[in-house]
Ligand binder design. Structure first.
Ligand code: ARG
Length: 577
């Protein structure tokens, strides 16, 4: 189906559900809150400490909805934490491979690695930002990276973001936090199929740096944070890296305090380190302290948002554009993307009596069959919706038979695009009868329409569209004055087809040949007329008048016209008939 036609279908649909669809479009969907487990089981207690990733326990499905598995092709290799629908936090050492984008997938809603859970979602990755100060040599400073997904996770009971700490929020030494992952169950031990977690106390920084000195890993003013028990027994282990260390903040929300980075062995404990050979020594779990890299994280995520943000004024206030011609770019630079949750309105106003021609040059609005997520809506006379557009092909030019057009751009809370660019100009209404051939003509007045060059032969491969809007309580009468088009049995070569507005499915009449077809009456106050020709044979074409008939006492929408001319009768017209 040609693009223009496809888009046409969309907006005829739009008219039908605008009454309730409109309010849905305008309301802003909010991100769910962070840090909540949909089925938080039992309140936290010290009893949890008794359950033993090393020394931990298997979790219940969905109990860490922010936990993701980074996969090399199908295989888990590191953990990560969802912080927004598009962003995952992980460890830099997990994503050092130069070719990682070729194979990296991120799975959310994962529980048992050997099964596909109902809510499981796997997305490829758009980009990875490693902290520029990441140093792969231990103590592995700045072991943190941001993974931007290609697409967004759909949040639900088993997929949800963890909170990022507030700038002034700290989790003091002694605070018991939880780390989780699909890492080994003991040093050099087995990899589990299901997600495990373990509770660990945060160590104070001085203590942490003292322990790491016994491993000849001096740290100062670094991004490290230690958690664990001096005599070991509980820890993260190989395969847990990149995953979260989560602490519950005051009101209970699970907050990302650290990212699993490394350890000397797993769960060894460190109390007798100095009495041991170097390679027998142990360490706490070493995590990247989120507080130390928080501003970097916000900076990166916000910079990405800013990149998307418009420099064009966009507000719920009406930006008015006057004059005989002009242009509208949204956002101002095609290098920028529009933001989420936008509602922008512009009114184009040309001198009275003139009509407006819209020409789109670039168009990139989140595609959807019904343009239900992001869309550009075009309204004209009496605030009638005359078009609803999305996707990445510019709509064909639109000629609006009125001197003002209102454009409304809406975006939801996900995905984004580069917006649109268009020019508009005032055109004289005299040029109108064949206007539907160079553009989609939207007409609000009775008048005449005709094929291009009429009465000279029309072009091959013509695609002419007219949409007629009559005032309420009116129906539209199309009366042919002359008619000369290529003839064949089912009018599949060249034809004039008249549709009622909804979805272009309801054909009212289709005509071809050389006899003047009988008049056609619309079902409602909208009518769509399409003239098309194939690649051979052209004739003089057609000319028809459009008139409006008032339906006294009836709402035009309810009015059901019983055609005076039974359908089949004027489907085909031939010279002989
Ligand atoms: N760096 C390792 C990984 O890639 C392990 C991280 C945690 N080790 C530990 N003992 N706390 O999974």
């Amino acid at each position: 189906m040609p693009v223009a036609l496809h888009k046409l279908l969309l907006f005829t649909f739009g008219i039908v559900y605008l009454a309730d669809g409109n309010s849905a479009l305008l309301s802003v969907r909010k991100d769910p809150r962070c840090g909540w487990k949909p089925h938080e089981t039992k309140p936290w207690s010290y009893f949890n400490l008794l359950t033993r990733i090393v020394g931990g326990n298997q979790v219940e499905q969905g109990s860490h909805p922010w936990q993701v598995s980074l996969k090399r092709r199908q295989r888990h290799f590191c953990g990560g934490t969802i912080v927004s629908a598009q962003w995952v936090v992980t460890a830099a050492h997990c994503v050092v491979d130069r070719y990682i984008l070729d194979y990296l997938n991120v799975t959310a809603g994962e529980y048992d690695l050997s099964l596909e859970e109902a809510e499981e979602q796997t997305l490829p990755v758009e980009s990875i930002i490693k902290h520029p100060n990441f140093n792969p040599g231990r103590p592995m400073n700045y072991d943190i990276a941001l993974v931007k997904l290609k697409g967004s996770f759909r949040f639900g009971p088993s997929v949800a973001p963890a909170c990022l700490p507030d700038p002034d929020e700290k989790f003091d030494p002694g605070y018991i936090c939880t780390t989780c992952g699909w890492g080994r169950l003991r040093e050099n031990g087995n990899l589990p199929q299901v997600l495990h977690e373990v509770n660990l106390p945060i160590l104070n920084y001085k203590e942490c740096s003292k322990i790491l000195l016994t491993l000849r890993k001096p740290i100062q003013g670094d991004t490290l944070m230690c958690a664990g028990f001096p005599d070991g027994g509980k820890d993260a282990c190989q395969g847990d890296s990149g995953g979260p260390l989560l602490c519950r903040r005051k009101h209970g929300a699970w907050t990302l305090a650290g990212v699993t980075s490394w350890g000397m062995g797993c769960a060894r404990g460190w109390i007798n380190n100095l009495r041991k050979n170097y390679d027998q020594r142990g360490s706490p779990g070493v995590f990247t302290d989120l507080r130390k890299v928080l501003s970097w994280i916000h900076g990166k995520i916000n910079a990405d948002l800013k990149m998307k943000s418009s420099t064009a004024s966009c507000s719920s206030q009406d930006g008015k554009l006057h004059g005989n011609e002009g242009s509208l770019h949204f956002p101002e630079s095609p290098k920028h993307f529009y933001e989420n949750n936008q509602l922008c309105v512009w009114t184009l106003l040309v001198p009275k009596g003139m009509h407006v021609l819209l020409n789109f040059s670039h168009f990139d609005v989140e595609p959807d069959t019904f343009c239900d997520y992001d869309s550009l809506l075009v309204y004209s006379k009496d605030d009638r919706l005359v078009g609803k557009f999305c996707g990445d092909d510019p709509p064909s030019p639109i000629l609006v038979g009125y001197n003002s057009v209102r454009l409304k751009f809406v975006s939801d809370n996900k995905e984004y695009g580069a917006g649109f660019s268009m020019t508009y100009k005032a055109v004289s209404p005299d040029a109108l009868p064949d206007s539907g051939c160079g553009s989609l003509a939207v007409l609000f007045k009775a008048g005449v329409i005709q094929s291009m060059h009429y009465p000279e032969p029309y072009s091959n491969l013509a695609q002419c569209h007219w949409i007629i809007h009559a005032p309420e309580d009116h129906v539209i009468l199309l009366t042919y004055q002359s008619f000369e088009t290529e003839e064949n049995e089912d009018c599949s070569y060249d034809s004039v087809t008249v549709y009622e507005d909804s979805a272009k499915e309801e054909e009212i009449a289709k005509s071809c040949g050389f006899a003047v077809p009988p008049p056609v009456l619309s079902f409602s106050n909208v009518m769509l007329i399409i003239f098309k020709s194939d690649e051979t044979e052209t004739f003089g074409g057609f000319r028809a008048t459009i008139s409006f008939i008032h339906m006294a006492g009836k709402g035009s929408n309810e009015y059901k016209w019983q055609p005076a001319f039974p359908q089949g009768q004027h489907r085909r017209f031939s010279r002989e008939s």
